[in-house]
Design a protein around this ligand. Structure first.
Ligand code: PLP
Length: 436
């Protein structure tokens, strides 16, 4: 990283943003942060201040910023063939799809590439509807699946739904939220059945009995890294298949090595019918992927294209990401560093009673902030203050949870033990500042 970054200031960029971009665009801080450059887990703002980035552009720069192998393959591809559209076949798109089929669970082997998680979700929902000939979808309360008309309709956070008419035929079931489990405290795997029963009840009471699909994030990302009880997905798969519907699993945040396995759903021993990926799949390049079985893929009889889907440069970035992940056994690093992070966060929890819960898998870890550990009233105010205090300490983290009361950590999967320790130290100082 060079140090000469003060050509245009933070204030200049933020002023331009406020003048020319959509005001609805969310920025986590009271004053937006303008980032100018990055390398590995370090980024620098436009005024030259350095930050340890443990949020990686919303869990997307999965190998850190400006990884040399991604730069090398992207540059080489750009110099050879930059764009063709899905009207033409390319070697690099076939390579990306073949590699994906090799690591995807079970019979998932047919991919359609698009440009974002949202588009990949749209593709999955349309695919399920085409295959089953049905249109009703069951989704989870507190889910986040993207920003299009359909994706915001399966999303179930009021604050992420614009004030417009919803797409009809979508029904939301209980989120398998262990920390706030309505059935038993502390929640355990015996609650999986009760959460799954709610899916059956929603089908019986709110649909025509013929759902096209059940869709869920394996770990609810925007929801604050909510990890369902171990048996949950196996039971839900039985129920939705029993009604002739498909299981769509959204791995946009949790997939691609982040939880210590290639896909988080592998921890639950379940094979989805359709799986959706994006974010970290191409190390920061815009790739969405929807993968399914031969049989479901064959049902799509109409035409479909994407101008930018499968773009050769983005496919090269995806192949480079996968190559590095395999060569450097990146999922194992995610698991080991994730354990260190969990231990550090639990130590903070012991010190501060307002840290109600610490949870996650691999390098997807969250702290839930509450006003008191018994009542569990969400503490949004302290969470926002903590995020700002982390920024002052030179640490970038994310915010989430239904009430914006969770702190989310999701660094590059190549993060080192020293960088995790440094992050915990900065977070510890920030906690001290907002205590009391
Ligand atoms: C689980 C999940 N699904 C889908 C999306 C939508 O992805 P994108 O922002 O690339 O459209 C997101 C984005 O945060 C997500 O977290």
């Amino acid at each position: 990283m060079t140090t000469d970054t003060a050509r245009t200031t933070n204030a200049d960029i933020v002023a331009g943003q406020k003048e020319f971009l959509l005001p609805a665009m969310l920025h986590m801080y009271s004053e937006p942060l303008a980032l100018a450059e990055g390398k590995g887990v370090r980024v620098r703002d436009a005024d030259g201040k350095e930050y340890l980035d443990l949020f990686s552009g919303i869990l997307t720069t999965s190998l850190g910023h400006c990884h040399p192998h991604i730069i090398e393959r992207v540059t080489e591809q750009m110099g050879r063939l930059g764009h063709v559209s899905t009207l033409y076949a390319t070697e690099v798109q076939v390579e990306a799809a073949r590699r994906l089929a090799e690591i995807a669970p079970g019979k998932l082997r047919r991919t359609f590439f698009s440009n974002s998680g949202t588009e990949a979700i749209e593709t999955a929902l349309m695919m399920a509807s085409i295959h089953t000939g049905r249109s009703e979808i069951i989704a989870l309360r507190m889910a986040y699946h993207g920003r299009s008309f359909m994706a915001t309709s399966v999303t179930a956070h009021g604050s992420w739904r614009p004030l417009a008419t919803r797409v009809a035929g979508i029904h939301h079931t209980l989120a398998p939220y262990s920390y706030r489990c309505p059935f038993k405290q502390p929640c355990d795997d015996s609650c999986a059945e009760a959460f799954a029963q709610d899916v059956e009840e929603v089908i019986a009471t709110s649909t025509n009995g013929q759902p096209a699909a059940f869709i869920a994030e394996t770990i609810m990302g925007v929801g604050g890294y909510v990890v369902p009880p171990p048996s949950y997905f196996a039971r839900v798969a039985e129920i939705i298949h029993g009604y002739g519907g498909l299981l769509i699993i959204d791995e946009v945040q949790a997939g691609f090595g982040r939880t210590g396995r290639w896909f988080a759903i592998e921890h639950f021993g379940v094979e989805p019918d359709i799986m959706v990926m994006a974010k970290g799949i191409a190390g920061g390049f815009p790739v969405g992927a929807t993968i399914t079985t031969d049989e479901i893929a064959a049902s799509w009889k109409g035409k479909t294209i994407s101008t930018f889907g499968g773009n050769p440069v983005c496919m090269a970035a995806m192949c480079a990401t996968l190559e590095t992940m395999v060569q450097e056994n990146v999922p194992a690093n995610a698991e080991a560093r994730g354990r260190e992070l969990q231990v550090g966060l639990e130590a903070l929890q012991k010190k501060y009673p307002w840290i109600g819960d610490v949870r996650g898998m691999g390098l997807m870890r969250a702290m839930e902030l509450v006003e008191d550990p018994q009542g569990k009233k969400p503490d949004t105010r302290r969470t926002s203050a903590l995020l700002e205090a982390c920024r002052d300490e030179g640490l970038l983290l994310g915010q989430g949870g239904m009430w914006g009361h969770c702190l989310r950590i999701g660094p590059s999967l190549l993060v080192t033990a020293d960088e995790i320790a440094e992050g915990l130290e900065k977070l510890g100082r920030a906690c001290e500042r907002v205590n009391g």
